[in-house]
Write a protein that binds this ligand. Sequence first.
Ligand code: FES
Length: 285
Amino acid sequence: MTDITAIVEKRQGQRGELLAILQDIQAKYSYLPEEALRVVAQKTGRSLVDVYGVATFYHAFSLKPRGKHLVTCCMGTACHVRGAPKVAEELERQLKVPAGETTTDREFTLETQNCLGGCALGPIVVVDGHYFSSVGTPAVRGILEKAREGLDKVDLASDERAFPVEVACGRCNHSLMNAHDLIDGQPSIWVTASFGDRHGWLRLSSVYGSFEVESQHEVPVDTIVDFFCPHCSAELSGAGPCVACGASMVPMIVRGGGVVQICSRRGCHNHMLDLEGTSAFGEWR
Ligand code: FES
């Protein structure tokens, strides 16, 4: 396991090193092999119990190999009362595996989770980081077909999952919208971004469902980027880890109410929109 040793050595001494090490291993193998966790414990001087504690705490990590597509059905209270158990049953019926398992062709892993952050829009099903809202059992077949076709091929003009949002910094409330530089025909979202020794501007598409990005410095795939408000310089942070890859989610407040979160890892397309719970962020400026 020389590659695991290399990952540990690369991350040692960094802030949150254990989480970063496990994220890298998960990204490389799509799960956390037992032998890798033993190497991590030995190299970092932590007990195996500690390492397993972190590995099992975050839903983003898996101790078993996952399939090509990860399907997560929310079973939180808000989704539950809107019919999530029936949606989960339908997913199990069509994939022919119980929740927690992977199909024999290794195409799909089906999981359940308690709250995926989109309570107002439940039942929520997330496939490969793409959110499907108000899911009923008749929609399940189409969702799985879309996953097989490739969910990154979103037609922005016709796909109802793609719509523009206007966002602001959660610290200073200033708008992050940039009306001069359009992406996908809409004002872009303007932030500053940092990775390694690089620091510069980064513009994101404001179309929820699009993953178009322009940046001063090219960001290599799999790089975790720190995002900052260009007005107050505060880091856009405070959200939990990404359910798909374990990197931090980046929160921005949505005009009209809500929070949008995007994954900080380049190449991970996980994003979520929660239209509830905005009172903590004050007024739009
Ligand atoms: S309960 Fe399902 S998203 Fe919160």
